[in-house]
Design a protein around this ligand. Structure first.
Ligand code: XIL
Length: 357
């Protein structure tokens, strides 16, 4: 859609439109005014906000001491996700003993920078405390433990967390249920229970289920589609579907991403790209970085094309603090800024996509 047909332009009227044309043609205002114009919308967060979307980043507590890093983190993004500090092992290290210090630190950082927060994550098979995984639980016991964990954490962050990844990574690649502690002990009903308990504790928070390898239409995203249909029919408080989008150049781009986002929107759900990175086999070459930029551009465009895709979060913003090299040896260079905090082609590609339309 050409920008001149957007309602905001129409409302400018003739004088405003003329002024806008003159500025666009470079005949009014001069370089200083143009620089000012660029300055007002120079962050990814600002540009996304013009579309009614957010652009966010994950972060982790140890790196909050790097002031060159926090300067960009606090400035560039409208949404923050704690990469680790709201997970179960961090928040309930001993049964019934909660520790929100690290999560609070991230929330405080976001508040100070007028950023929103995505809470990550309440129910997941990874990064669970030893007390929870090292013994057997009856269904009744585990239900009590799970409800207490969810409600204590969600209550603690009530009004401070915009959206929760309530359940993370519930399905296998083929769309069958992941045999997690929760599934094995409680059956698939644990998802509806978790959502209801979270909703009770903070009725205003948006509640998501979240997973990786669900960007394309396929068995795994189909499983979420069926689950979402069911939960909606049962009036379970599910508001969004999070697509982590940990992509890798060697596995190909999920070309059905936009269609996939659209089908969840039609179910009445928000969608979000929640943990984006695009890794590659090292060393990074100019060619790979260019391809990576194309992918970042395409996924940004896909989100902007679907009204209910509410935002994009990168899983940290600089290659210096990416989780990829540690978890995928030999791979890396996955984020839009390099290890020296210099913007990569991917950064410019995201900007281009956000500036369009
Ligand atoms: C990762 C963190 O970034 C690492 O620091 C941690 O050691 C392991 O977890 N999917 C998720 C995230 O939902 O929670 C994971 O985060 C990355 C994969």
């Amino acid at each position: 859609m050409p920008s001149t047909t957007r309602p905001s332009r129409l409302r400018l009227g003739f004088a405003g439109a003329l002024a806008a044309l003159l500025v666009a043609a470079g005949t009014a205002g001069g370089p200083a005014a143009q620089a000012g114009e660029q300055h007002r919308a120079k962050t990814l967060g600002d540009l996304a906000q013009r579309h009614g979307r957010y652009f966010g980043s994950a972060t982790d507590n140890p790196v909050l001491t790097d002031t060159a890093y926090t300067k960009i983190l606090g400035h560039e993004f409208g949404m923050i996700t704690p990469g680790n500090s709201m997970k179960w092992e961090a928040t309930e290290p001993r049964q019934g003993v909660f520790d929100f210090t690290k999560g609070d630190e991230v929330v405080e950082f976001a508040r100070a920078n007028r950023q929103k927060v995505r809470g990550h994550t309440l129910v997941w098979h990874n990064q669970l405390p030893g007390w929870l995984t090292s013994r057997q639980w009856t269904a009744d016991e585990l239900r009590t433990v799970l409800k207490n964990h969810i409600q204590t954490e969600v209550r603690h962050y009530r009004g401070k967390v915009y959206a929760w990844d309530v359940v993370n990574e519930a399905f296998n690649e083929d769309g069958t249920w992941r045999e997690s502690l929760f599934y094995k002990t409680l059956g698939p009903g644990y998802i509806a229970d978790a959502l209801r308990w979270a909703h009770e504790a903070d009725p205003k928070a948006k509640l998501y289920v979240n997973d990786y390898n669900v960007e394309a239409v396929g068995p795994k995203s189909d499983a979420y589609y069926a689950l979402a249909q069911q939960l909606k029919a049962q009036r379970v408080p599910l508001h969004g579907f999070g697509l982590q989008a940990h992509l890798a150049l060697q596995y190909g781009y999920p070309t059905t991403l936009e269609d996939n986002l659209r089908r969840f929107a039609r179910l009445g759900l928000d969608t979000a790209l929640t943990e984006v990175d695009v890794r590659m086999l090292l060393p990074a070459t100019e060619e790979k970085l260019a391809q990576q930029a194309d992918w970042y551009r395409d996924l940004t465009k896909a989100c902007l094309a679907v009204r209910r895709c509410v935002g994009i979060t990168v899983w940290d913003w600089t290659d210096k603090y990416s989780w990829i090299p540690e978890f995928f040896p030999g791979e890396g260079a996955a984020l839009p800024w390099d290890e020296q905090f210099a913007p990569k082609p991917a950064y410019h590609a995201i900007r281009d996509a956000l500036k369009r339309r």
